[in-house]
Write a protein that binds this ligand. Structure first.
Ligand SMILES: Cc1ncc(COP(=O)(O)O)c(C=O)c1O
Length: 409
């Protein structure tokens, strides 16, 4: 059978939803300057679906830095992978600044978070090793597992006893040259709860393993200095490889891992996604440096983000919504229903109330569940929050149409 003919009949998790909902539920186009108010289908909407947590995307100074850096370097430079012709003083300076920010000796830049973390997992463990990861992990960790030659196992989300059982099992089967890598997240991006990092680090007293933490949503938003979930939970030292992306709080592209010097040296020579791919363009690196500097020097942005998060979350709770015990700015609203309900909620909110929210149903969440995820930003105002809460108040009968006893908060 022709491969392309087969693709037409091969089922995908989202199925016809991807094409039928094109431009609305999938691939929607938010237009106008980045920020909490944008245009969707020509209409003004308050946006709760972009990960620009600190509102950096609309920062005038940063926009200027972007222009100047592009003028100075061009978007083409440097050409080549870093190992060959794509290195620069700016790249190395950014790595030093990132390491300093997250309290690690070294940092190693990655072109994209997704490919980067896959590649890091791939090159860290070999066929003698054991890879153990949290069951709610992001797709990039799951895909990293596919590349890894090691034996892999999953522990139930944040189930420390389950993790300990896996550690015990792996430890019992280790050969002299076997090692264990545990992977989890700082903030789980859909539900907003934190990885049980402190408890996992404590297990190092009993078991010999290294810990990799994907802190995509925690980097820049958590910890009193913004250095992430490890600092927030008081166990940054116990994280052996800390991963952060620029795709959220830095409102950019690119990512990094921070770790000890010998691991960085190994990654430089072995991380295939970096060795065989063009390095980050210089303007991206230059603006990343300035953005990191600003994030460090403006703790009030983080404070405002948290103020907005609490106002939104408490408001939703008062109306009677189930916002889960989220411990980060990620604000989920959970209800029961199907993809159709998720679509209805999005349509009502966007078209009737001018509030852009995104929602997911099975297979992203278990069957029968609908999760609407709101991402507060430091740039949201009280008026945006009030408008959103009013809209949620108005659509409550629709959201809970499948729930017998009112609300499950
Ligand atoms: C938890 C998590 N890890 C990794 C990534 C991938 O990062 P990037 O967008 O930089 O590829 C994302 C999404 O962006 C994420 O949410």
């Amino acid at each position: 059978m022709d491969l392309f003919d087969k693709l037409e009949i091969r089922s995908s998790p989202l199925g016809p939803f991807t094409s039928d909902g094109y431009g609305y539920y999938t691939f929607p186009k938010l237009e106008g300057p980045l920020g909490p108010e944008m245009k969707f289908n020509g209409k003004d909407v308050v946006v709760w679906s972009i990960n620009d947590y600190l509102g950096i995307g609309a920062n005038e100074h940063i926009r200027q830095v972007d222009v100047e850096a592009t003028k100075k370097y061009s978007l083409s430079a440097p050409m080549g992978a870093r190992l060959m012709t794509g290195n620069s003083d700016e790249h190395e300076a950014l790595e030093r600044e990132l390491a300093d920010f997250v309290h690690k000796p070294e940092a190693f830049l990655l072109n994209y978070g997704y490919q980067g973390i896959m590649s890091v997992i791939h090159c860290l463990v070999d066929r003698n090793d054991f890879l153990i990861y949290d069951g709610l992990s992001h797709a990039c960790i799951v895909d990293g597992k596919q590349l890894a030659m090691s034996e892999t196992s999953v522990f139930k989300h944040n189930d420390i006893d389950g993790l300990e059982r896996q550690l015990k099992r792996a430890t019992g089967r280790m050969k002299p040259n076997s090692s264990i890598l545990v992977v989890t997240e700082g903030v789980f991006g859909m539900t907003g709860d934190l990885g049980k990092l402190k408890e996992i680090v404590a297990l190092k007293e009993k078991y010999d393993f290294r810990l990799l933490v994907d802190d995509a949503h925690g980097f820049g938003t958590l910890g009193k200095d913004g250095s992430g979930a490890g600092t927030h939970l008081g166990c940054q030292d116990g994280i052996d490889i800390y991963f952060g992306t620029f795709a959220k709080a830095v409102a950019l592209i690119g990512a990094f891992v921070a770790t000890e010097p010998r691991v960085k040296e190994f990654l430089k020579a072995n991380a295939r996604s970096q060795i065989f791919a063009k390095s980050l363009p210089l303007p991206i690196v230059a603006t990343a440096r300035e953005r990191i500097r600003l994030i460090r020097e403006n703790p009030q942005w983080r404070e405002k983000l948290w103020e907005n998060t609490l106002k939104l979350r408490n408001g939703l709770k008062e109306i009677g919504y189930n916002v889960l015990p989220s411990e980060s700015p990620v604000t989920p609203v959970l209800t029961e229903g199907s993809t159709e309900l998720a679509q209805t909620i999005m349509r009502e909110m966007r078209d009737k109330h001018g509030v852009f929210v995104s929602g997911v149903a099975y297979p992203v969440v278990p069957k029968g569940m609908v999760l609407i995820r709101l991402i507060p930003m430091a740039s949201h105002t009280d008026a945006h929050i009030e408008k959103t809460l009013k809209a949620f108040e108005a659509i409550k009968p629709i959201v809970y149409q499948n729930v017998d006893e009112g609300v499950t908060a």
